[in-house]
Design a protein around this ligand. Structure first.
Ligand SMILES: [Zn+2]
Length: 240
């Protein structure tokens, strides 16, 4: 008798709208918390990527150094047995070391043998990504790329087909490198030279009339190695 149904309804309505408001504000708080969490997560990822990449770079460098050391040890032991060990035999030893360790460089660097005339050990094995001497590294990668180019040109001649207008793409240090054919040499000083539209590692060549390489350049962010037919390697490794 005391409570009228109408009053009850009004109370319920007030309680209901209060509850709704509470729920709505709680939902708003939840949404804000979620947003902050997402932002924190995004921030954490953004910050951790460069940290991870720099860690990975250091870890790769370390693993590469350890693997090359083992390959060098094998090479040095082989050299004790065979003092006349030639370049090709030495390469086979390094190939065996690579096979035993699955890979020499975790970053996919090509490996090269550097002559050491001043040392008892004739060769030093090094990596196209992790060699510390940037001048030498550029030259080794350049010489390797030129070798691939000469092989590709010889392949065209053998099959009697034209050299592609655009040039070739080779795998150098496990990355695709376009080796672009030009009509004229360009005045290139290093890979990130502002006077050309290319950045990073670049390579160009021109052909002589007989189809051989007349001019070739391989440039990275540090140096440019230039080859001219008849003069061999010239004007390479400009410092910035
Ligand atoms: Zn390496």
């Amino acid at each position: 008798m005391g409570l009228s149904p109408r009053k009850n309804t009004t109370d319920d309505g007030e309680q209901g709208s209060g509850m709704k408001k509470k729920l709505a504000s709680r939902r708003g708080v939840n949404r804000a918390v979620a947003l902050v969490l997402v932002l924190v997560l995004v921030l954490a990822v953004v910050i951790s990527i460069p940290v991870y990449l720099s860690y990975k770079k250091k870890a790769d460098q370390f693993s590469c150094t350890v693997a090359l050391k083992k390959a060098q040890d094998m090479l040095d032991v082989e050299f004790l047995w065979n003092y006349e060990l030639g370049h090709d035999e030495a390469l086979r030893v390094v190939e065996r070391a690579k096979w035993e360790m699955d890979a020499l460089c975790p970053a996919g660097g090509d490996y090269y043998l550097v002559d050491r005339p001043e040392s008892d050990q004739k060769f030093r094995v090094t990596c196209g990504i992790h060699e510390k001497d940037t001048y030498l590294r550029t030259r080794l990668n350049a010489a390797h790329t030129l070798e691939l180019l000469n092989e590709a040109l010889a392949g065209c001649a053998r099959r009697g087909i034209d050299v592609p207008e655009e040039g070739f793409t080779f795998l150098v240090n496990s990355k695709e490198l376009p080796v672009v054919r030009l009509e004229e040499p360009v005045d290139l000083r290093w890979g990130t030279d502002a006077s050309i539209d290319y950045e990073g590692i670049v390579s160009f060549f021109t052909l002589a009339e007989d189809g051989s390489v007349a001019w070739f350049v391989y440039a990275d962010e540090n140096h440019a190695s230039v080859y001219r037919s008849g003069n061999d390697w010239i004007g390479d490794a400009w410092e910035k």
